[in-house]
Design a protein around this ligand. Structure first.
Ligand SMILES: Cc1cc2nc3c(=O)[nH]c(=O)nc-3n(C[C@H](O)[C@H](O)[C@H](O)COP(=O)(O)OP(=O)(O)OC[C@H]3O[C@@H](n4cnc5c(N)ncnc54)[C@H](O)[C@@H]3O)c2cc1C
Length: 225
């Protein structure tokens, strides 16, 4: 029969697309239904003046598994984009995640020993350890962050971003949202720890298009409805 499928996949994001790609290679037929007007889920890009804008927020593909990296690169080539975010507070820029570059920008310190000493003065190291072990609990996110990283980092690099993200004051947010705030005492701005990182050359739509190329995709179709 012509319209018989082996799998019905709800949503045309990366997960379904990868599944469809594998299933198709094993001779299976997939029907993918997607409620948005485009495939790709949160990876969807729009080309604006030659720039692939990630419509749902920036996405960097990262893995430490060489097999996965080789597989995606066999479908579309990836560039070597390394995510090294910058945060702006007032008129100053700070490297994230928190590392020696951040501490140098914030306190002018040049060595891990100097940074550790300042961090120790700003937060209660023993209490932070007990929090991480779950022996004590903070009442809210503000208290948790202050105990883990101290006043300067909290005020400049945690508070504004978190309150904007959640739309509520940190003192009214539950502590569990930020279990830990990793601090590196090395000069390393790399956001992810994975060995392989990048973005498909030409944007994610190319990757999704190839992954879904053997499947039937119906857009603007909510499975629940
Ligand atoms: C701002 C942001 C930044 C991110 N950055 C990164 C990053 O840098 N690196 C990383 O690895 N991950 C990142 N992620 C996570 C990333 O989005 C996911 O890992 C990945 O894109 C999820 O793919 P998915 O297929 O599981 O889900 P989605 O991309 O969410 O796709 C699910 C699809 O299912 C559709 N759908 C849902 N319900 C129905 C229904 N009833 N009927 C039909 N269709 C339906 C949705 O419309 C959607 O298109 C980020 C997420 C966000 C929000």
């Amino acid at each position: 029969m012509e319209n018989t499928y082996d799998y019905l996949l709800v949503g045309a994001g990366l997960y379904s697309a990868v599944f469809a790609w594998h299933a198709t290679r094993h001779g299976k037929r997939c029907l993918v239904v997607e409620r948005r007007k485009h495939p790709g889920g949160n990876l969807y890009c729009e080309c604006v003046e030659g720039i692939n804008v990630h419509c749902y927020g920036p996405h960097i593909f990262h893995t430490s598994d060489k097999k996965i990296w080789d597989t995606v690169n066999s479908i579309v080539p990836f560039n070597n984009f390394i995510n090294t975010p910058l945060a702006r507070y007032g008129n100053r820029l700070y490297n994230l995640p928190f590392n020696m570059n951040t501490f140098c920008q914030m306190w002018g310190c040049l060595s891990p020993a100097e940074a550790s000493a300042i961090l120790r003065r700003q937060c209660d190291v023993e209490l932070a350890e007990q929090l991480l072990r779950g022996h004590v609990e903070a009442q809210n996110l503000e208290e948790q962050a202050l105990r883990l990283v101290g006043r300067d980092i909290y005020d400049r690099l945690v508070k504004g971003y978190t309150e904007k993200q959640w739309g509520r004051p940190c003192a009214e947010l539950p502590a569990f949202i930020i279990r830990r705030l990793p601090v590196r005492l090395t000069f390393d701005n790399n956001y992810f720890d994975d060995s392989y990182q990048g973005i498909p050359v030409g944007g994610y739509n190319r990757l999704i298009g190839k992954l879904l190329s053997g499947s039937d995709v119906v857009l603007d179709c909510d499975y629940i409805k």
